[in-house]
Design a binder for this molecule. Structure first.
Ligand SMILES: Cc1ncc(COP(=O)(O)O)c(C=O)c1O
Ligand SMILES: N[C@@H](CCCC[NH3+])C(=O)O
Length: 437
């Protein structure tokens, strides 16, 4: 196979065109510069430094609206863990979405954004006493319980009929990476449907005078491509609703809707999902003679992933024995996803084109596995000082970032209609030193 034949399959195109679906809406090339949200990447890098996580507000809001439009009868709950940031939570509140938080820390961000408590759902397979107390103090409308211990603890702490949802493990394989497959048996999340634990959990909640059961929840995994997995989930969950003999007002189907990371990958079939889930739900409820519950969905990745672009500066180029390593000023501290899930990314050099050659883009951290993108193509003369842009970095990047090697986490810069503003500032050495006693 020639390199030209190989190039489309290894992460980047040789053509001066942008890979469809990967970049924020409206991203365009201006000469060889990349314009995101109306702001040239070269200007963003000069103003905010690198690495820098750029987030296009219009794309985030558009994806949020697409969910509301596709599922007008549902409550759309943004999975706050995918991009924990008060400014993003404000956009979601303004668009009419609800918010899921998984800790007192995420709830603190929601509070900072004045997110209405009536639209907050708290999750987490472990909620400490502090998490539960913070949720009760803010008055979050629903707490999703995930263990018998938690039901007892929440029952003792709560007052005034706290609304509760029971997390169920439906036993559905979503065909995604094992680390993010949460619908199958034999993992830490939820109460197993097959073993009868889910039914037992429903009954335990009902027994607690301070709790009011309003719904059932399930989340089969993340980066899920197949709508059929959700259809099967609906069938199983309605079976449980029918079998438990308790009125269930809400059925939360979780999130997990996939986003494209590489050229040629498609977005989640939202219209297909909405239609097939609606049909399955109405049919199953009719068969079992139970009222149709209100559906909730909890998208995270599919709302923010493709709104984000990370900018890196090339620091060194090393010609290895079989590969060329392009080393940048970030790495697994701002993107551990390749190391965690074998995630693949496309990369584009900003400011220049030319004859392309395969390279491996690596980070600055003390691990051989600190690889951001293997076997991508960049101009053959890539050199120190070049600017690289990596699309599809809006979800679980800021959220998963660490301080490995005492490297400060990058800023998040929101772009919108030609303007750029900091929504998370860069972490400084001073920030890092402040924790040491
Ligand atoms: C309970 C729950 N809801 C929603 C989500 C959001 O998932 P995604 O970002 O894949 O849509 C997650 C994360 O997987 C989750 O654990
Ligand atoms: N952190 C995962 C997603 C986890 C989903 C949360 N339950 C990722 O980056 O793909």
């Amino acid at each position: 196979m020639t390199l030209a034949e190989l190039l489309p399959s290894i992460g980047c195109s040789t053509e001066p065109v942008l890979e469809e679906g990967l970049w924020p809406d409206g991203t365009r090339l201006d000469g060889s510069d990349l314009v995101i949200g109306g702001v040239p990447a070269s200007r963003l890098a000069a103003q905010f430094g690198t690495p820098c996580q750029v987030l296009d507000e219009t794309t985030v809001r558009t994806r949020a609206r697409e969910f509301l439009k596709a599922l007008p009868e549902a409550e759309v709950v943004f999975a706050g863990k995918s991009l924990p940031c008060p400014e993003v939570y404000r956009w979601m509140a303004a668009e009419g979405l609800s918010l899921d938080v998984s800790s007192a820390g995420e709830l603190a961000l929601a509070r900072a954004a004045d997110f209405p408590a009536a639209r907050i759902v708290m999750h987490g397979n472990v909620k400490t006493g502090e998490d539960l107390k913070a949720a009760l103090a803010y008055g979050v409308s629903r707490i999703v319980v995930d263990s018998f211990d938690e039901i007892a603890q929440l029952g003792a702490l709560a007052r005034h009929g706290q609304q509760v949802v029971v997390r169920v493990t439906p036993g559905v394989d979503a065909h995604t990476h094992a680390a993010i497959a949460t619908g199958v048996e034999d993992q830490k999340f939820g109460f197993s449907l097959a073993s009868g634990a889910a039914l037992e959990a429903v009954l335990r909640v009902v027994e607690q005078p301070s709790l009011r059961l309003v719904g059932l929840h399930c989340h089969i995994g993340s980066q899920v491509r197949h709508v059929a997995a959700y259809e099967e989930t609906v069938r199983r969950m309605v079976g449980l609703i029918a079998g438990c003999g308790v009125r269930i007002e809400q059925l939360d189907l979780g999130g997990g809707f996939c986003a494209p990371y590489l050229p040629g990958e498609s977005s989640f079939d939202l219209a297909g999902f909405a239609h097939r889930v609606r049909v399955a739900l109405n049919y199953e409820c009719a068969v079992h003679r139970v009222p149709v519950p209100r559906v909730l969905v909890e998208p995270g990745r599919s709302v923010v992933a493709n709104a984000g672009v990370t900018l890196y500066r090339v620091c060194a180029v090393k010609r290895g024995t079989t590969r060329t390593f392009v080393a940048v000023d970030g790495g697994m501290s701002d993107n551990p996803r390749p190391a965690l899930y074998g995630a693949k990314y496309a990369v584009r050099l900003v400011g220049r084109g030319g004859r392309m050659a395969p390279v491996t883009v690596v980070g600055r951290h003390c691990e051989a596995g600190d690889v951001l993108a293997s076997d991508v193509v960049l101009p053959a003369d890539v050199h120190a000082g070049d600017l690289l842009a990596v699309p599809a970095t809006g979800a679980y990047h800021h959220a998963l970032a660490s301080n490995y090697n005492q490297v400060g986490r990058p800023p998040v810069v929101a772009v919108h209609d030609g303007t750029a503003r900091l929504v998370v500032r860069r972490e400084t050495e001073e920030d890092l030193l402040r924790r040491y006693v």
